[in-house]
Ligand binder design. Sequence first.
Ligand SMILES: Nc1ncnc2c1ncn2[C@@H]1O[C@H](COP(=O)(O)OP(=O)(O)OP(=O)(O)O)[C@@H](O)[C@H]1O
Ligand SMILES: [Mg+2]
Length: 252
Amino acid sequence: MSILRIESLTKVFGGLRAIDDLSFTIEPGSVHSVIGPNGAGKTTLFNLITGVYTPTSGRVLIEEQDVSALPTHSRAALGMSRTFQNLQICMNMSAIENVMLGRHLHLDGRFLPSLFRLPRIVRGDREARERCAELMEYVGLGRYINAEASGMPYGALKRLEIARSLAAEPKLLLLDEPAAGLNASETADLDEVIHKLGQAGVTVVLVEHDMKLVMNISEHIVVLNYGKKLAEGTAAEIRRNPDVIAAYLGAA
Ligand SMILES: Nc1ncnc2c1ncn2[C@@H]1O[C@H](COP(=O)(O)OP(=O)(O)OP(=O)(O)O)[C@@H](O)[C@H]1O
Ligand SMILES: [Mg+2]
């Protein structure tokens, strides 16, 4: 059974077809990537998958269940979690409290109600805090367990966001440009975390411009161009695909 199926998906903004009759399937396990030039529709695709946007036409299926009409929190409850292209960390909270928000999101379903009950979340129960500390260790942020988010470097905050999305215990994890703004050593750490997640059986869908990272860790790659699927295949197939080279990778 596929974990994610995109069927003839289209999203129109005014006159622009940001996603244009797109179909592909993600099988469970390992790391999948969606690549393509700026404006190709990658973030729009994530917003359609998670329910931030309603499709103009077409369907999104999670484990063969049509979720196209479900709100974001119902989709999250089916085991889907994401990170954002623009960092979304609460800077007035500690690192671990940010991770605990992700757990609460999972248990409670909705983000706003959890914010209103902040004192209770922040107090938390010891078990939840322990699990979140484990997740911070898992993504290599053990030294920041007692840190304030506002004092952490950007690369660490990107991994903190991954820890927060993992706190929801997802089956399907969508990462939107996790390596953007990271230096080479931070990217290598991220590579290791994503690889480890794939090995652990989490299905990862990665949107990323860092081709070294993508080619290193992806089992399967979908290439978007102007909202359409330009190509699909293994890293080796994508690397030598002439259409992909022309539209995106360049002759080098
Ligand atoms: N809410 C919106 N309203 C109008 N147009 C939008 C909206 N969201 C995205 N677009 C347009 O849809 C197209 C696809 O945008 P999207 O952000 O999905 O691209 P992307 O592949 O994620 O690009 P990048 O690599 O720069 O992040 C762009 O032309 C963008 O301007
Ligand atoms: Mg984007």
